[in-house]
Design a protein around this ligand. Sequence first.
Ligand SMILES: NC(=O)c1ccc[n+]([C@@H]2O[C@H](COP(=O)([O-])OP(=O)(O)OC[C@H]3O[C@@H](n4cnc5c(N)ncnc54)[C@H](OP(=O)(O)O)[C@@H]3O)[C@@H](O)[C@H]2O)c1
Length: 285
Amino acid sequence: MSILVTGAHGQLGGELCRMLGDRATGIDVDSLDLTDAPAATAIIRRLRPEAIINCAAYTHVDKAEMEPEKCRAVNVTAVEHLAEACGKLDCPLIQIGTDYVFGLPPATPRPWREDDPPRPQGVYARTKLEGERAAARCIKHLIVRTCGLYARAADRRASNFVRTMLRLGQERTEVRVVDDQRCTPTFVPHLAQAIIFLLNEAGSNVPWGTYHVTNGGETTWCEFAVEIFRMAGMKTVVRPIDSAEYGAPAPRPAYSVLDTEAYHRLGGPLMPDWKAALAEYFTKP
Ligand SMILES: NC(=O)c1ccc[n+]([C@@H]2O[C@H](COP(=O)([O-])OP(=O)(O)OC[C@H]3O[C@@H](n4cnc5c(N)ncnc54)[C@H](OP(=O)(O)O)[C@@H]3O)[C@@H](O)[C@H]2O)c1
């Protein structure tokens, strides 16, 4: 029996497959399109996995506004099928959720807790919340909400903010970055370790349910960019702008810092502060 990791070519799925080694069977859209329900059910029945970690998702936040059905098929319908198959096989389902479910600012700014009411804005955010609800139909489920993922530097396929900044920094002397969205960038290897801990302990020391897992502290994308260039030894100037000036098609949360206390109380691997995590990106490729 192995752990089935979907989205295995993505940032998180790839890291989980590396860390789990022989314990994992990784699949991605080239071997199984999860929106093909009969094919997905057939593979799950054949493999009879010990657990499924669903890292597959439609993650193009802006493009989702133009193709909501495609986004929904991956982020909701596919999860419904996974949950149904898992329920029938009594197989745990680990679904990856997002800080974007907290789309509107809180009344008083404090990190969001797992039971705070989500108010997603935009197609991606709404479908991810629906996907969480679909996963929760499987009794043995974990929903791991996270934020601002960046894979290790050696993952050349990864598309994320750190890689984008480093590329732009090679091309330009100045970059404009939004300074009115507070979040916690999260280094994928740290998240992957936490997920493996949760999975190993699930059902005994870790109750089924939803957990927030990010690196520690909070920042803005602008401040994050400044640190990226500083640690990379680049002289690129970062000019703060607001979200309106940036003008992305999909809305982004103004405040999406997640409270990770419930996760840490379980005794899982400590999630370092975001600056320490970024330093690891540069020192441990
Ligand atoms: N990235 C972030 O900043 C962030 C923040 C919070 C939460 N999350 C959540 O964390 C999870 C992992 O994110 P990530 O950054 O690792 O995503 P990613 O790098 O975009 O990986 C997602 C993978 O899923 C695959 N996929 C898409 N449609 C599929 C389908 N129909 N069938 C099978 N596979 C399909 C993608 O293939 P293609 O590339 O070919 O489409 C891709 O390889 C997602 O659930 C995401 O919503 C991400």
